[in-house]
Design a protein around this ligand. Structure first.
Ligand SMILES: Nc1nc2c(c(=O)[nH]1)N[C@H]1C(S)=C(S)[C@@H](COP(=O)(O)OP(=O)(O)OC[C@H]3O[C@@H](n4cnc5c(=O)[nH]c(N)nc54)[C@H](O)[C@@H]3O)O[C@H]1N2
Ligand SMILES: Nc1nc2c(c(=O)[nH]1)N[C@H]1C(S)=C(S)[C@@H](COP(=O)(O)OP(=O)(O)OC[C@H]3O[C@@H](n4cnc5c(=O)[nH]c(N)nc54)[C@H](O)[C@@H]3O)O[C@H]1N2
Ligand SMILES: [Mo]
Length: 717
């Protein structure tokens, strides 16, 4: 390997890559990266053979299960799974084999509220409208910093170029954020807004449109229910009434309402700042109310639905009206009564479920590509919880804040040693595209693929160690084929599960699963029924990727609500509006904490790459000059940040980038705990903000972590 460069012939990226892609080279050569399994004996983690490690992992998990039942084993699945074809397809297989209801993931520290609003409004957790950035004239951004994060729930390379494109076309980018972020700094307009106020702000725009009788449904006309109820609900949210809570004067809110409505094509987009906050689900809902009630849903240049080439459930027959919908929160967590949604409990309550005795208590954990002891709220108590476990297995290639507690660590291949198809992120791309990449490098000889690790664990937990892995995999494929092809062949007339399985061939692993999803999907060949359609083979023959065109209108086919309509006023959400209204009258906390991201970080796990940590320490507490003067904080000095959950010391950076009354500290730092093997990161330790993030401070509807708007006390020290 000599260099990593963008691929100028890739129709989607056109050669754009980010600094983290460069760092894959350092990741590949990182001497701290685990390449052999570790097994704990006499209290120490030691290198072991794969055979020993599998046996120890399976025996240990079984022991926990035998003693406490299936729910005694908890699972935590982290963010990188979303980028791993193998883990996406085989993670669920392992979960089924474990059979536990105690599932957790980074979703509830991220986009869960958006999944809730999308499921309730449109019928699917990932039926999330994506701003059509390349054709819009007006982009309203709340709580996202795509110039740094490169956009999220809005997949596209070169987000900076695409944002600049809007302005170059004569359009506008307006950013509402408590911090003048990199995106805000280069936008047409930036307004400071109080953390946690987005739902109220957005409902006030809708209020203005109803008041002026300007509501238009556009392509959603005839496909909605609940419009009258929305009209009634937003009456309480006039710009004049929400202005103090939001921190923006009423005239400006009215101007924004007018501009958005008058723009030929407009899209409203909300991200982490709108989901990881107290009113995350309401804000996520309000984003799509704004899109829908201004006539911008499902129209070019508005907020549109992607039509991905490969997708579970992508073989729906066109013209099908409605679907099964999604049932949310029918079960509650044992200790804090938080809702079970999309098959998991919120990570904010994981420590409670480990530390609280009784039936259903978690005594063992399996983590897959996750670092909750850096990334989840309430890290202090969560660390205590992990230290108390009877047994723990991690599938991960770093010995870090979380995996140091494991009894067995099973390292997957490095990113360049595996094949790639972005199954998850293509579902939310701003164009329909598909690209499959073979591994760039060979993996070491005895290194199993990640799917083999997961499938081997699953097989062992089901007590089928004797079954050859190929046979176990054929069973897994069989289930997937049944689910995707169904009894009626879906969109492909005459297609049967038997035909599909036979044509997929005998090579075990994720490739034939991807082939299934591609071939049955909307751009597929239907196993020969559409001659020019996609197959994995055809995709492999085009290593730069294929462009399947801009987003196209998808209503009403995309709707999977039971009645086939967009539900504008789902009860779970409308019932929570009273809490939001009550909050308008609450006194403003003196100081609240928000997060931020940097171009050269990726959550908690890339700080061992020298090129990503060199230069000035980025883990600083941003404080507005007014607050700094009032609190006697100095630039470069130390501050103590304290919440109900804990306190940390951080280095102060005085800046008018943050609004008064708000401090900002990035997450993913604090690499100074013992027992890790991260030699570079340890020299750039920083502060773990999630010691301060309060696990009791959550989005009321979903239980998602509210990292933003946490009330804190800040003092010199
Ligand atoms: N370089 C880099 N890229 C990444 C990541 C990374 O760590 N580094 N992480 C990836 C992941 S996992 C994700 S989920 C995405 C996240 O993508 P983004 O959401 O774009 O990322 P953030 O930079 O966290 O942006 C959140 C913004 O919300 C603002 N904010 C905080 N509270 C509020 C509020 O109450 N209201 C409003 N309106 N704004 C608020 C913050 O000031 C910040 O500017 O990024 C992905 N991309
Ligand atoms: N305060 C605050 N906290 C936050 C956020 C915030 O904005 N503010 N953002 C939240 C968000 S959006 C997210 S997504 C979460 C992320 O939370 P997590 O997903 O729990 O944490 P990461 O830091 O992404 O850690 C990923 C882990 O996966 C491992 N890994 C990397 N690639 C692979 C792979 O291919 N296979 C396997 N098996 N392992 C791999 C890494 O070594 C690391 O241990 O953090 C959340 N935490
Ligand atoms: Mo995330």
């Amino acid at each position: 390997m000599v260099d990593i460069r963008g691929d100028a012939e890739d129709p989607f990226s056109k050669g754009y890559i980010c600094p983290k892609a460069h760092a894959l080279m350092e990741l590949q050569h990182d001497g701290d990266r685990l390449q052999k399994p570790l097994v704990r004996s006499d209290g120490e983690l030691r290198e072991a053979s794969w055979e020993e490690a599998y046996a120890a992992a399976i025996a240990g998990l079984k022991k926990v299960r035998d003693a406490g039942g299936a729910d005694a084993v908890g699972t935590y699945v982290g963010n990188p799974v979303a980028h791993s074809l193998q883990a996406m397809l085989y993670g669920p297989v392992l979960q089924r084999a474990l059979g536990t209801r105690n599932r957790y993931s980074a979703s509830s520290a991220d986009q869960l509220p958006k999944m809730v609003s999308a499921a309730l409004m449109f019928g699917g957790g990932l039926t999330i409208p994506v701003p059509d950035v390349d054709r819009t004239d007006y982009l309203l951004v709340l709580g996202g910093n795509p110039r740094v994060s490169n956009g999220s729930l809005m997949t596209a390379p070169d987000m900076p170029g695409r944002l600049d494109g809007i302005v170059k076309r004569g359009g506008k980018v307006v950013v509402l954020d408590p911090r003048r972020s990199e995106t805000a700094g280069k936008a047409s307009e930036h307004l400071f807004v109080r953390p946690g106020s987005d739902a109220a702000l957005l409902l006030s725009l809708v209020h203005v449109w109803f008041e002026q009788d300007r509501v238009v449904l556009g392509r959603a006309e005839g496909h909605t229910t609940g419009l009258k109820q929305v009209r009634t609900l937003v009456q309480a949210f006039s710009p004049e009434r929400v202005s103090g809570f939001v921190g923006v004067d009423a005239a400006t809110l009215r101007r924004i309402a007018g501009e958005f409505m008058e723009a030929p094509r407009a899209a409203c987009y909300g991200r982490i700042g709108t989901t990881c906050q107290r009113f995350g689900s309401l804000a996520s809902w309000a984003v799509d109310l704004v899109n829908t009630l201004s006539g911008n849903l499902d129209r070019e240049g508005g907020a549109m639905f992607t039509r991905p080439a490969a997708n579970r459930g992508g073989n729906r027959k066109p013209g099908t009206v409605g679907g099964r919908g999604v049932r949310l929160g029918t079960r509650k967590s044992r200790v804090k009564q938080l809702p079970y949604m999309f098959g998991e409990f919120p990570v904010s309550t994981l420590a409670d479920e480990i530390l609280t005795e009784g039936k259903g208590q978690i005594r063992g954990m399996l983590t897959l590509a996750g670092n909750p002891l850096a990334s989840a709220p309430g890290v202090g108590r969560l660390t205590e919880a992990f230290a108390s476990l009877d047994f723990m297995v991690s599938v991960d290639f770093y010995l870090n804040e979380t995996t140091r507690h494991a009894d067995v660590i099973l390292p997957p291949p490095a990113p360049l040693e595996r094949d790639t198809y972005d199954l998850a992120l293509y579902q939310l791309a701003v164009r329909n595209v598909a690209k499959y990449s073979r591994p760039a490098l060979d993996k070491p000889q005895d290194q199993p693929d990640e799917w083999e690790i997961l499938a081997t664990l699953a097989r062992g937990l089901m007590g089928m160690e004797q079954l050859p892995l190929e046979q176990a995999d054929a069973m897994v494929l069989g289930q997937l084929v049944q689910g995707e092809v169904g009894a009626d062949g879906g969109r492909w007339s005459g297609l049967t599960a038997a035909e599909a399985q036979q044509k997929l061939g005998g090579e075990p692993g994720p490739r034939r699963m991807l082939d299934l999803l591609l071939r049955t999907g909307p751009h597929g060949d239907g196993f020969g029924r559409a001659g020019d359609g996609l197959t994995l083979e055809k995709l492999e023959a085009q290593p730069h990727g294929v462009d399947l065109g801009p987003l196209t209108p998808q209503l009403p086919d995309v709707l999977q609500t039971t009645d086939g309509k967009i539900n504008l006023a789902p009860e779970l959400l409308t019932a929570a509006v009273a809490d939001l209204e009550a909050a308008l009258a609450e006194p403003t906390p003196e100081m609240v904490l928000i997060g931020r991201r940097h171009l050269r970080s990726n959550n908690s796990w890339l700080h061992n790459a020298p090129s990503l940590v060199k230069g000035k320490m980025r883990c600083t507490l941003l404080v507005n000059p007014q607050d700094a003067a009032r609190l006697a904080l100095t630039d470069g000095g130390q501050a103590q940040v304290k919440s109900a959950a804990g306190s940390v010391r951080a280095t102060v950076a005085v800046s008018d980038e943050v609004m008064p009354g708000v401090v900002s500290l990035p997450h993913g730092w604090g690499h100074d705990v013992p027992g890790m093997q991260l030699s570079v990161a340890a020299q750039h330790a920083g502060t773990n903000v999630n010691v301060v993030s309060d696990p009791a401070f959550v989005d009321g509807v979903s239980g998602n972590a509210a990292f933003n708007g946490v009330p804190v006390e800040v003092a010199p020290g």
